[in-house]
Design a protein around this ligand. Structure first.
Ligand SMILES: Nc1ncnc2c1ncn2[C@@H]1O[C@H](COP(=O)(O)OP(=O)(O)O)[C@@H](O)[C@H]1O
Ligand SMILES: [Mg+2]
Length: 361
């Protein structure tokens, strides 16, 4: 395991900045997940750490050593790709052994390592097969095994589960979490799936448009997204984001006006000069509670019972609100329901998308 530090790392393709100057510091043994929409620069960042692409600017340090000018093989990192990238003409055992053979390791060492990895990843029974004869999950396990063969200090994974069907993806997710617990290797994992990010990460890096929006523990990002983009990325169903105007602001908190004229208190520090301006109110579905006097309301457009809980989708003034309800709650399509929220639960974003600081109770 090793620390990974990225300093002012930048990547341009022609005039397009795929990665704006980025700083990131990853602890030894951490499981960091980089999440964000397609095209936001996740792979660009990972490939620059791996050394597969040279950055336009900035530095990469692994275990305190500046590796910016080093080839991938000299960095003590290994990468797992969405496409598996296995050698089709080699068996599972030969695929896993490949990096060790390239490193001219001793035959017996190689055999022992392959056996160890095969046991760990439950590939013992398929060692003589070729990739073609494996399931998608087995193929991805072989590609992880090959990446592990040289005991890299850092394991980089670029959407490793995206080609698998849902149930297999969930199982492989659990396996990866277990693998990290057992190996303790520093892992940097790229995904566009926020559930993978929430469940796997020690810390999540949310990216958008070539920039890091926020870095933090999953629940911290969930509770207090620093920007509208983070709010859009983390949480399923997503945080409700309503266009509002700042009606009042003071030391005790602010009040916002909804499109239909209702007002709602928010425990946020809002500067006086923002009063009258536009803002975005962020509400988690589980924080809305039914209240006939509440400021939020609309007609029921959709009602989803998931078993332990239900979600109701309201059409509200051209927008939409999703609220979580107890499993046994009854609503009828077309019915109007109103909701209230605690002022301390809402997140208020300024016109530029950055959250106003919360007033903590
Ligand atoms: N080799 C390349 N040449 C030109 N543009 C590229 C290249 N690789 C990536 N890009 C562009 O850089 C941006 C970020 O890409 P990428 O890092 O692959 O995004 P992500 O992995 O988040 O989906 C995208 O707009 C993509 O089109
Ligand atoms: Mg990518």
């Amino acid at each position: 395991m090793s620390t990974v530090v990225v300093q002012a790392l930048t990547k341009r393709f022609g005039t397009m900045a795929a990665l704006e100057p980025t700083d990131l510091s990853i602890e030894s043994g951490e499981f960091v997940v980089i999440v964000g929409p397609s095209g936001c620069g996740k792979s660009t960042l990972l490939r620059a750490i791996a050394g597969l692409d040279a950055p336009s600017d900035g530095r990469v340090l692994i275990g305190g050593r500046d590796v910016t000018a080093l080839a991938p093989a000299e960095r003590d990192v290994a990468m797992v790709f969405q496409s598996y990238a296995l050698y089709p003409h080699l068996t599972v055992a030969e695929n896993i052994a490949f990096p060790l053979r390239m490193a001219k390791r001793d035959r017996r060492d190689i055999a022992a390592k392959v056996a160890e990895i095969a046991a760990l990843l439950e590939l013992d029974t398929v060692l003589d097969r070729r990739p073609r004869a494996l399931s998608g999950g087995q193929r991805q396990r072989v590609s992880i095994g090959r990446a592990m063969a040289r005991d890299p200090a850092v394991l980089l994974l670029d959407e490793p589960l995206s080609n698998l069907d849902t149930s297999l993806r969930v199982r492989m997710r659990h396996e990866l979490a277990r693998l990290h617990q057992r190996l303790g290797t520093t892992m940097i994992y790229v995904t566009h799936d926020q559930i993978e990010a929430m469940t796997l990460a020690n810390r999540i890096v949310v990216m958008a448009q070539g920039r890091v929006e926020q870095v933090g523990a999953p629940l911290d990002l969930y509770r207090a997204p620093a920007t509208v983009r983070v709010a859009e990325t983390i949480g399923s169903p997503a945080m409700n984001l309503l266009p509002v105007r700042i009606a009042r602001a003071g030391a005790a908190g602010a009040a916002v006006m909804l499109p239909d004229g209702a007002t709602c208190g928010v425990a946020a520090h809002v500067p006086a000069e923002a009063v009258g301006g536009a803002a975005t109110l962020g509400l988690r579905p589980e924080h809305l509670r039914p209240d006939p006097q509440g400021p939020f309301g609309g007609e029921v457009e959709l009602f989803e019972r998931l078993g332990p809980l239900s979600f109701v989708h309201l059409g509200a003034g051209g927008g939409r609100i999703v609220a979580q309800l107890p499993a046994d709650w009854h609503v009828a399509l077309g019915e109007t329901i109103r909701f209230a929220i605690d002022a301390t639960k809402a997140q208020l974003f300024a016109a530029d998308g950055a959250a106003y600081p919360r007033i903590t109770p």
